[in-house]
Design a protein around this ligand. Sequence first.
Ligand code: PGA
Length: 230
Amino acid sequence: MKFLVSNWKMNGDVEFAENFFEKVNRIDTKNRVIVCPPFPLLHKFKDFSHSLGAQNCSERTSGAFTGEISPLLLKDLGCEYVIIGHSERRRMFNESDETIYKKYKTLTDLNLTPIVCIGETEEERSEWRDVLSIQLNKFKDDGNLSRAIIAYEPIWSIGTGKTPTAAEIHEVLNFIKRTTHSKCPTLYGGSVNIKNISDILRIPSIDGVLIGGASLKIEEFSEMVRCSVC
Ligand code: PGA
């Protein structure tokens, strides 16, 4: 079983969600498909045959925090997973490792599964070990980590069409497993599409993929769900 996570980012509308639901719902697969639409579209996935996730959440569960989204509410809406620490949130919304760890704690306390994203920039490529070690620092030896998922998403590969080699991905995912002393699933994300998904999912250390742009093409994503390792 591999994880296939669809991250819509700030894309899609009601009609798109309805189409997506209709086409992807009930596709037979042995993999775990997790769809992460924008918050206002989550309710469209009631009775979805696959799993539902959110793209972010508050580190708190309630209170006077205008505009924030409680993970408790996400759970109510049927989410089992929440992506946290996506590089777009780290870079554009100044999310720190500290904040991401707080979100992770809140989520695991609520029995929701955090999908923790980490990754290096193009400039940091030669020192990826140091960068990832810092991002993973708080998670090392955390007793809850086995209940989380870690997604390695090199920033230079997101939305660019560029991907690391299979050997590079394998090395990084092994490094994550070693560094965290954990058996938590490790995913790769960054320019995964119908053409490269089979090769990527054959990497021995990989437990799944996080797919952005290509998961917005409903036919292409359906095909990936149907046939990701054939
Ligand atoms: P991409 O995005 O597949 O469009 O590169 C992946 C992500 O940001 O999660």
